[in-house]
Each structure stands twice: as C-alpha cells, then as structure tokens.
Design a protein around this ligand. Structure first.
Ligand code: ZN
Length: 552
C-alpha cells in the first residue's frame, strides 16, 4: 500500500485528499463473490472489497481480500451481484425538494381533473384566504393536452390563493385570488426578465407566470418552515436518494438555511447522502467576509461553488437560444441576469478563490458565460478554478472547444431524453444532436458530470444510464442519436466525474483502497443489460461510508 505521505505529495493544491485509515489493517466488513465494477482504470473489475473506518481497505480477488478477514470481520456473500461506486448527482435541489415533499401537493398527476381534485381536497383542509401550493406540475403530461389555466384553479379553489409550480421551477400557474394578492392587475407591465402570460384571444391574464414574474409571489407566499421542518425535509430526501443508489449530491442553489439543515440532519444522524452545497450569489458576501470559500467543510457537508443563473429552462422551453423554438419563430427564450451583473458577482467570487457555477442552458447563454469565465481567467489566472456550466444543454463545436480550453465542467440533464421526451419536439430533431451532449464532451476530453436537477428531472441513476445510452424516450422516440454513449461511460460520468466536479476525485467516485466506502449493490449488471431495460435494474442496497443506508 502507498504511504500516506506519497499519496499526499501527488495531490493538487485544491483537490481534497483521502485520509487513509492509518492504523487499521483489520476489515470491519468484507463483501465477496461480487461483480465489482470499480470505475478504476487500473483495475476495472474485482470480486471483493474490504472496508474499515468507512473506507475501502482493499479491493481485489476473493482470495486476496478474504485473506485479510479476522474473526471479528462481518463477511457478506453477495452471490454474484454487481457492485458499483455510489452515484453522484452533480446538480439537484435536495433541501428544497424535501421541504416541498413535506408540505406541498405533488402535482405529478396525469390529468388536470386529478390536479383539481387534489387542490379541492387540500383547500377543504385549509382556512379560506390561505395559500394552496403545489409542485411538480408538468404541462406536457396531462391527458387534456392543454396547460392548466387560471379558470381551472379558480374552479377548484375560488376562496384560496393557488400557486402551482411547474416541475421545471421557472414558471407557475396561479388563480385570480393569487394574482390579486400579488397586486398583478390586467394593466401591470411584465417585469424585466419575466412574463405574465395572457390568453391570445381575450388578452387577459391566463394565470401562467414565468421567470422573474414569480418574484412578486415569492415575496408574499409565507415561508413558514421551522428549523425542524428544514431538517425533516433533508432527512426525507436523503432517504429517497439512498433508495435510488445516490450517495453524494450537489445542491445547486443552497441558502444559509439549507446549509444549516444539512448540518442539523447530520447531527441528528439523519444525513445518509453527502452534500456539496453550491451557494446562491445573493448570500456570497457574508461568506466571503467570514473567510469561507469552496471546499470548506468535510466529506459529509461541504461548501460548493457560488451559483448564478443566466437563462431560462429546458423543460419549460424558456432557455436562451440562437435559433427559435420550433413553431414559435419569434421566441428565442429568456436571459434572466445581465452580463454586467454576473461579471460583478463573478469577479468577487473568483478573487476570493471560489468555484463558480452558472446555469446556462441555451447556446447564447453558454457563449455569454464562457466569455465571462475567460475574462475572469484573463484578469486573474487561477490554476484550477473548475468553472461549472450548470446544464450546458445546447452546444456547438466551438463552445465545446472553449469549455475544454478552460477545463470547465458541464453538468447536463441526465434523464431528460428518456423522461421529458415529449418536450423535445420544440427543440427539433437536428438540434437534439447538440443537446445533453455527453458524447461531444467525452470525445473532447471534457469531464462532463450528469445532474438530475430534481425536482425538474427524476434522480434515479438507472434512468440516467438508459437515457444517455439509448437517447430514447418513454414512447420509443429517439432524440439526438449522435450523442449516445456506452453504459461504461455513463457509469463513469455518473460516479467519478461527479467527484471531480467537487474537487473530490481522490476521495470518492470509484472503488479504490483509501477512498470512501460509498457503493451500490445492483440486482443485475448494467454493462450486460439490454440498454432498453436499464431503468429496471434493481438497486438492492446502498452503502455510504461503510454503513448500509438502504437495504431492499
Ligand atoms: Zn437546478
């Protein structure tokens, strides 16, 4: 085994070093008779792993690893099951999602009638005048084949203000009372970077509001979550992630309350997923003043990049594109933050040695964000800033080359082709060959790290694998076949590349001795599975830091 000093000598200045179990040579747990897919290029396959102090002590053949066992070692025969590194979701919103699951209506329903019934039921238990809130509504997944309207919501709950967020989080659907309470009258102008939608025939508000128009509602909807609610939300979400095999998650827009919630959940013994918490730019000044920067924390809760948002959403079709949406020749999407504002915030963070992550979906937004990153590096070169392009959905060759030259990390939506296939028509078949461009990034040597963006996208890693390998949606339509990658590549980007995106590639992301013992036991081998059924590969057990956090 390599000595601790040699190991540390090879590390870069920012990369997080593994701490080898110094005086432990006796394994606490031993998994054997397994098909271990290590994601370690030097030893891609193994039969057994030994674990001590929450880390891998040894990885290798049954014979060699079992030789380390003592009478105190717990030996588990996996009977040929497949073991992979724990999955790392490089872009998600777990703290927010957990709180929404605690309180709001889950509107992931298949008809407007069903949504109305859920609203009616909630309203019957809510005093008149108080908000009825919902999330995960998807305008393309209801049987009526039309979006939810203000009239639908008025009918379901006339005496309650109703606010239903779209699954994508960039648009919402409101009723008349909600609009009145937000002081949005028919003559109210659209705010910069936002829109109050109108019925094309009557010219009146139809209840749909997008992007910055939601600010008026954010201000008046009471956020009455207690500190305990915050902690409970994290606990709930951590359990959901453990069941799916996710062992680390990057929270793409954390607040100070979210950060506290992760720490509270951990202190209560309820945090079963590791969190790299990106911090919203509005909160960055206080942290810089306190001397905190990216990397602060430990292997459970760590401060991530500073996060900003440049443009709109893919699932809600508001991303800022160079070519218009199919069927809407004048619609190029929305930019939500100006270049000057992003530069001012970005410069502060860059000078304070923060990693920066900027949401950029459309090619126009990506170009703008790359220009900003290039400028920051020109003005103050840093050795390894690992700029992140959150989502980075619609690309072209020139953009990929600039991403490669910067060493930047894109975090595309992992499961959108499979799950959100019906929205892809609005981008068009040709453009899909330049979207969620895992193949283009890998071919260029870019360390792309997939993200779910949950709630907007599903977080199940097996769905990510199927989506990236087949580029086929739920109905069998193929979108962007040129971007297909192999299951092996999908496994690698879903584990090791996620670790790289948080400067933790030497600490986790593959099954190697010295790394954190985060792993998933699968019912079948995803590399031998028919790609069309990858989504059905069962997650049987999930281990984080040598402890089982889920067992089916
Ligand atoms: Zn996001």
């Amino acid at each position: 085994m390599q000595s601790r000093r040699d190991f540390l000598a090879g590390l870069g200045a920012f990369a997080v070093a593994p701490i080898l179990p110094l005086d432990r040579t006796e394994p606490e747990i031993l998994l054997y008779n397994a098909n271990v897919l290590t994601v370690d290029e030097r030893r891609p396959r193994a039969q057994a792993v030994a674990i001590a102090d929450g880390r891998f002590l040894a990885v290798g053949s049954n014979e060699r690893v079992r030789g380390l066992a003592t009478v105190r070692t717990r030996k588990i025969d996996l009977a040929g099951r497949t073991v992979v590194p724990g999955f790392i979701d490089a872009h998600s919103h777990p703290a927010v999602a957990g709180r929404l699951h605690l309180r709001q209506l889950d509107c992931d329903l298949r008809s407007i009638t069903a949504i109305q019934a859920a609203i009616r039921e909630r309203a019957s238990k809510t005093p008149p005048g108080e908000w009825v809130l919902g999330f995960k509504y998807d305008d393309t997944k209801t049987s009526e084949a039309r979006p939810l309207s203000r009239a639908d919501l008025d009918e379901a709950a006339p005496a309650h203000p109703v606010y239903i967020s779209h699954r994508g989080g960039h648009t919402a659907y409101t009723n008349s009372l909600a609009l009145r309470m937000a002081e949005v009258a028919e003559e109210t102008p659209d705010p910069a970077g936002g829109r109050f939608d109108r019925d094309p025939e009557t010219g009146k508000h139809n209840g749909r509001i997008s992007e910055r128009a939601t600010d008026a509602f954010d201000k008046i909807i009471p956020e009455n979550y207690s500190r305990a609610d915050y902690r409970e939300g994290v606990k709930l979400m951590a359990q959901m992630l453990a069941r799916a095999g996710v062992t680390s998650v990057h929270d793409a827009y954390g607040s100070h309350e979210d950060l506290r919630a992760y720490q509270d959940a951990r202190a209560a013994g309820d945090l079963s997923v590791r969190v790299y918490c990106l911090i919203g730019y509005r909160e960055i000044d206080r942290l810089i003043a306190a001397g905190v920067r990216t990397g602060f924390g430990d292997e459970w809760v760590r401060i991530g990049a500073m996060k900003m948002t440049c443009d709109g959403s893919i699932s809600e079709r508001t991303a800022r594109l160079s070519e218009p949406y199919v069927g809407r020749p004048d619609d190029f999407g929305l930019q939500v933050m100006s270049e000057e504002e992003m530069y001012e915030q970005g410069r502060k963070a860059h000078e304070a040695d923060w990693q920066i992550g900027i949401h950029a979906n459309g090619d126009v937004a990506i170009d703008l964000v790359l220009r900003l990153f290039e400028r920051l590096q020109r003005e103050r070169p840093r050795r390894d800033p690992r700029f992140r392009l959150e989502h980075c959905t619609v690309i072209n060759d020139a953009l990929v080359q600039r991403i490669r030259a910067l060493g930047a990390i894109p975090t595309p939506f992992a499961a959108y082709v499979y799950y959100h296939g019906e929205k892809m028509r609005e981008y068009g078949a040709e453009r899909l060959n330049r979207m969620f461009a895992f193949r283009s990034f890998l071919d260029a040597g870019v360390r792309v790290a997939p993200g779910s963006d949950y709630p907007p996208g599903p977080f199940e890693p097996m769905m990510m694998l199927q989506s990236a390998v087949t580029r086929t949606d739920l109905k069998g339509n193929v979108w962007g076949a040129e971007q297909r990658i192999t299951a092996e590549q999908a496994l690698r980007i879903g584990t090791l590349h996620g670790a790289y995106a948080s400067f933790e590639e030497r600490l986790k992301g593959s099954i190697e001795s010295g790394k954190l013992a985060d792993l998933v036991v699968l019912g079948r081998d995803p590399l031998r599975e028919d790609p069309a059924t990858l989504v059905t590969v069962p997650v049987e057990k999930t281990m984080v830091g040598g402890r089982w956090v889920f067992e089916a």
